[in-house]
Design a protein around this ligand. Structure first.
Ligand SMILES: [Mn+2]
Length: 372
């Protein structure tokens, strides 16, 4: 019988979303969404009849997360009908005096395996012919990964499947310019000859494919988007490992919320309407960061806030930057804005006569920029 598992990571339970001016109710929804994502992962794992749920680090956002969040997470995990293995990540790192992990252990139940030690964990007692090899984080940052103990192993114990579970970056796949997130090399992972690697840390799924066969390693990404740098819909992997070494992984979308950064050039109020229609399909669980450029006739420009209001009502959250959006400059606008004979007046009128609207618009932006 193949081994079927759900691979996930980076729930960041307890994230507070204080990094942006979200209204209180929006913030509350985003905080709750992360617990709901955990519940959904468990539900998917049950529906898919997975026997193993692997959480490859950063289940919690902080090592000192509220006790209430730990209890709540454990209660959700109890609903899983198989075995859950949880690895400490760099946000919820393990150290011997950690209250998070002590509390976690107090709350734990038989089918919950906490991968806090640098040793192998046999799952045979649970009826699963697999061994897990974890690389638990013991600090927020480290220039060294925690794969070392695996390299020193004389041999692997008897099992059908050897599965590595690690949290950190892989060179060339997840950015880590300062090399501070337990960096790993693909060749290092390969040399350890695991049947499968479940990784966590980067919030983007890797490889970026709907399904895949044998891979040197997989990142599940975060199951629930958490900010504007997160362009996907939240994912987990369902992986099947066959007795004959055949592997198959399928990506499942799990996120409720969607963050979108949109840059758009506006030439008429029709462009606003088009955008409104487009985003109407997204609905009330979308958060949008809008950056506008271009120009509008003065009357439409003055009405632009009504558009933002209408858009904001439709979406969960909207912030906009229209500093690059200007009034369409015409001879009438020049006459009304600048005293006749002044430098801007003379200069812009001359530009207008040349019949190059883009140059005129650029000159106007420049002058207005200077005036600010
Ligand atoms: Mn992390």
């Amino acid at each position: 019988m193949p081994l079927k598992l759900l691979h996930t990571a980076d729930f960041h339970l307890g994230m507070t979303f204080n990094n942006r001016p979200y209204p209180k109710d929006v913030r509350k929804q985003l905080v709750e969404a992360r617990f709901e994502a955990l519940a959904r992962a468990v539900e998917i794992a049950n529906n898919e009849k997975c026997v193993l749920l692997v959480i490859a680090g950063d289940l919690f956002h902080r090592a000192n997360v509220a006790a209430e969040s730990v209890v709540r997470a454990v209660d959700i995990l109890k609903r899983f009908e198989g075995v859950t293995a949880v690895l400490p990540g760099n946000h919820d790192y393990f150290e011997p005096y950690s209250t998070l992990w002590a509390l976690f252990r107090d709350e734990a139940f038989d089918e919950l395996v906490l991968l806090t030690e640098r040793k192998h964990y046999k799952l045979h007692d649970y009826g699963i012919e697999a061994v897990l090899y974890p690389a638990p984080c013991d600090s927020k940052h480290s220039a060294e990964n925690r794969l070392g103990w695996m390299k020193e192993l004389a041999g692997k114990s008897e099992a059908l499947w050897h599965i590595g579970v690690a949290h950190g970056t892989v060179r060339g796949v997840s950015p880590d310019f300062a090399e501070q997130y337990f960096p790993m090399e693909e060749s290092e992972l390969a040399a350890l000859k695991m049947d499968h690697w479940c990784l966590g840390h980067t919030h983007v799924c890797y490889p970026d494919l709907p399904e895949t066969g044998r891979e040197p390693f997989l990142y599940s990404g975060t199951p629930e988007p958490d900010g504007f740098d997160c362009r996907h819909r939240g994912t987990v992997w369902i992986t099947e490992l066959d007795d004959d070494g055949i592997q198959y992984s399928r990506k499942v979308e799990t996120g409720q919320f969607r963050f979108r950064e949109i840059e758009r050039e506006i030439r008429s109020s029709g462009d606003f309407e088009k955008m409104h229609k487009e985003l109407a399909e997204e609905g009330s669980k979308t958060l949008v960061k809008l950056k506008l450029c271009g120009s509008l006739p003065e009357s439409e420009y003055r009405e632009r806030h009504a558009f933002y209001d209408r858009l904001g009502e439709m979406l969960l959250y909207l912030e906009w930057d229209d500093s690059e959006l200007t009034v369409e400059i015409t001879p009438e606008v020049i006459d009304s804005k600048y005293p006749s004979g002044s430098f801007p007046h003379k200069f812009l009128r001359r530009m207008a006569e040349k019949g190059n609207p883009e140059a005129l618009q650029a000159a106007y932006r420049l002058i207005e920029g200077v005036r600010e």
